[in-house]
Design a protein around this ligand. Structure first.
Ligand SMILES: Cc1cc2nc3c(=O)[nH]c(=O)nc-3n(C[C@H](O)[C@H](O)[C@H](O)COP(=O)(O)OP(=O)(O)OC[C@H]3O[C@@H](n4cnc5c(N)ncnc54)[C@H](O)[C@@H]3O)c2cc1C
Length: 370
């Protein structure tokens, strides 16, 4: 029976990053992915939030996966007024082909020495006297045990209600559990008036009852992603929104993507490790590609030290909790309280402080680094 030092569940950006970093240090690493094609189905627009980490990362990505640099952010009020356009603040970030990006990162993990198994679904943790010693996986309907000194949960936002994080009992330590909402995103062609490089955020309860906003991410002058709460919200926007109604008039949906968000956004679980187990990326309660990848580098660092010293105890691994909170805890929890705003209240707030809030938010996000 093959036993690993580290088994990583989920080949998203967080899982592939942690697998690559562990394998580079000579750990016997396995990365598993439930889907047979890494990166698909795609559920995100592939905006890499701007930060020094992102600027270093982008230099390593094949050019054909880089779609465009973000040059500015345009903010719209619920009534359809431009509140501000924040330009040239240095760290606007980049759009990448998200499916290709995930595949590229997984290849990098394998090139670094990690083993990989696709079509392999995590179903449960194996515990021995409360210490996690491996995972049970399902492959073509059959259950198999994989033993490992450390298990790293990188299985995305569904981890907390359903996956590795849930099976670990860690979320029970949370005072306020996360609430999960579906995230819909449509890709449109023949949409009018998009400006490549300019991300637009439209505020208003028409988009979604929880976040009350939509990200409109351009791919070309007539091609964009827009996020909605539900399909019904899209229908409303198409018929009634003061600006997007016109832009969407002849637009066609060419792709529908679905995912989920844990709210509050980007607030990690109270504990992200326990003896034999660590959580990274969305599985740890974070949100965003770059935040997930940064958490993975921090996690790998502690995992490598833990295995080097032969200590995978709760006490040792909580160094990762400390690092995560020091480096990544967001000062901006976007969206959490938006549900309490009326459109009139939002219009007033944006009118008075929209430019300052946007600039502050973008600058705070861009500080995340290792
Ligand atoms: C509509 C939408 C748009 C978004 N747009 C952006 C954006 O533009 N920029 C940004 O930074 N963030 C965006 N996000 C958030 C972003 O997608 C996540 O934060 C990011 O993907 C987290 O990466 P991850 O590796 O932690 O998890 P994921 O990317 O979710 O990867 C988890 C992996 O684990 C696998 N997996 C799950 N369960 C199992 C299992 N039981 N066994 C084996 N494998 C399993 C999954 O198949 C997946 O490959 C968006 C989210 C949504 C819903």
């Amino acid at each position: 029976m093959k036993e690993y030092d580290v088994v990583v569940v989920g080949a998203g950006p967080s899982g592939s990053t942690v697998a690559k970093t562990c394998a580079e240090k000579g750990l016997k690493t396995l990365l598993i992915e439930e889907h047979i094609d890494i990166g698909l189905p795609q559920h995100c627009s592939g905006w890499l939030s701007g930060s020094p980490f992102t600027e270093r990362l982008i230099k390593t990505i094949p050019e054909n996966l880089i779609l465009q640099k973000v040059s500015s952010w345009r903010i719209w009020s619920p009534s359809g007024k431009v509140i501000c356009e924040i330009k040239d603040f240095g760290f606007g970030g980049w759009f990448v082909d998200r499916a290709g990006f995930d595949k590229f990162l997984a290849k990098e993990a394998v090139r670094a020495g990690s083993d990989i198994r696709v079509g392999t679904k995590f179903v449960d943790l194996i515990k021995s006297e409360e210490i996690i010693t491996g995972i049970k996986v399902q492959i073509k309907g059959k259950i198999e045990n994989i033993y490992s000194k450390l298990v790293i949960g990188a299985d995305g936002s569904r981890s907390i209600p359903l996956g590795v994080a849930f099976k670990s009992d860690l979320p029970k330590l949370n005072k306020k559990p996360k609430v999960y909402y579906p995230g819909l995103q449509y890709e449109f062609i023949n949409i009018k008036d998009m400006t490549p490089g300019v991300i637009e955020i439209f505020f208003g309860s028409i988009f979604d009852q929880i976040f009350k906003m939509a990200f409109v991410s351009p791919l070309a002058a007539d091609n964009a992603y827009i996020g909605f709460g539900k399909h019904r919200d899209y229908e409303n926007v198409k018929q009634k929104h003061p600006i997007l109604k016109e832009r969407l008039k002849n637009a066609k949906v060419i792709r529908k993507m679905g995912g989920s968000y844990g709210v509050p956004l980007n607030v990690p679980l109270k504990k992200v490790s326990r003896s034999g187990l660590m959580l990274v990326g969305d599985a740890s309660g974070l949100h965003g590609i770059i935040n997930g990848m940064i958490s993975s580098v921090l996690c790998a660092d502690v995992a490598i030290n833990a295995l080097d010293q032969g200590d995978i105890s709760d006490d040792f691994l909580k160094n990762y909790d400390k690092k995560l909170k020091r480096n990544l805890v967001s000062k901006v929890s976007i969206g959490y309280d938006m549900s309490t705003f009326s459109d009139e209240g939002m219009e007033r707030l944006l009118d008075e402080q929209g430019d300052k809030i946007t600039e502050y938010m973008l600058r705070e996000i861009s500080k995340f680094d290792i």
